[in-house]
Design a binder for this molecule. Sequence first.
Ligand code: NAD
Ligand code: DAU
Length: 336
Amino acid sequence: MRRLLVTGGAGFIGSNFVHFLVERTDVHVTVLDKLTYAASPEALEGLPSDRVELVVGDITDAGLLDELVGRLTGEGDAVVHYAAESHNDNSLRDPSPFVRTNIVGTFEVLEAVRRHGVRLHHISTDEVYGDLELDDPERFTEATAYQPSSPYSASKAGADHLVRAWVRSFGVAATLSNCSNNYGPWQHVEKFIPRQITNLLDGGRVKLYGSGANVRDWIHADDHSSAVWTILERGEIGQTYLIGADGERSNLQVVRLILELLGHDPDDFDQVADRPGHDLRYAIDSTRLRTELGWEPTYGAFEEGLARTIEWYAEHGDWWRPKKAQIEAAYAAKGQ
Ligand code: NAD
Ligand code: DAU
């Protein structure tokens, strides 16, 4: 049976990909995840034990990686590397785990796949390209120059550069993808959309950074997973693919929509301290992925997906409620 090692497979997007693999393919999945505060091992509960194995460990542990990657000797076996520290606001408070996990961790992943001659797909973000003006007619493409703004995006950019160098200098068989903002079930309550939904579900208030003019390009995590699978199956080694679903919305638009969907006055939100260095706009041109590999997003409209996400959070309070107080206290300490 074909085998994949999925790092960070207990996180928001990694666990979505593990579900995709179990439901849509016959591969065997080993998840390597440190189970940091951001992990949701609950998202993997109930998956068949003959298809999915969870190994709790750190991607900076070279010995463990060597052992796990060394098992991937078959045709079509690969490492899909999602594990990362992922939240910009945390990177502004303490960048050190971002450098350790995102840069040093990716280095260790690269060394392991290099030693064992194993295919790698590296998961990255559109944030490596910096930001766009609101009226910029050009969106990010694979040719856009790197210009990261935050310690998080700089650490992801550093990781991408290592992957590209290992392809060119050592012949590592890797592909890369840079995706836009994901939403959907199991996203941590520290992130924008789950934070607002769960604030309202708990009787709290929506917290918008600054004026809310900042634009994000939303894609459902299910579409991200199908894109990664498409790249694994048909992507050209050494290439980068941008993943996006044409979902640009300002934060103000998103906030007003969440308020309306939950039966509140759409103008009843708090404007709070802005994020230092806050990127203004991300927008993805995913033409290469669509025309060369034939991928299309299939999840419905953002408004419909958001309504379903709200329903999901309303039904999963047992999972997110224990995480909420500590996160909100940290935001409150920063005036957010
Ligand atoms: P997440 O924070 O929800 O999950 C990250 C997972 O990685 C967690 O399960 C955590 O325990 C694990 N992890 C962290 N450090 C680790 C380490 N040292 N060793 C092993 N496991 C470790 O993140 P996410 O939102 O699911 O993002 C996953 C990946 O996708 C990241 O690489 C991120 O940069 C990228 N990405 C995210 C988005 C988004 O909108 N969330 C968009 C584009 C790309
Ligand atoms: O673009 C891809 C990136 O998207 C990923 O690489 C990151 O891992 C992921 O976290 C996400 O980064 P953002 O910084 O865009 O996401 P976040 O959910 O933190 O914030 C989305 C927008 O909402 C951003 O403009 C900041 C704003 N915001 C955020 C929070 C938490 C608010 O207005 N209020 C909030 O309470």
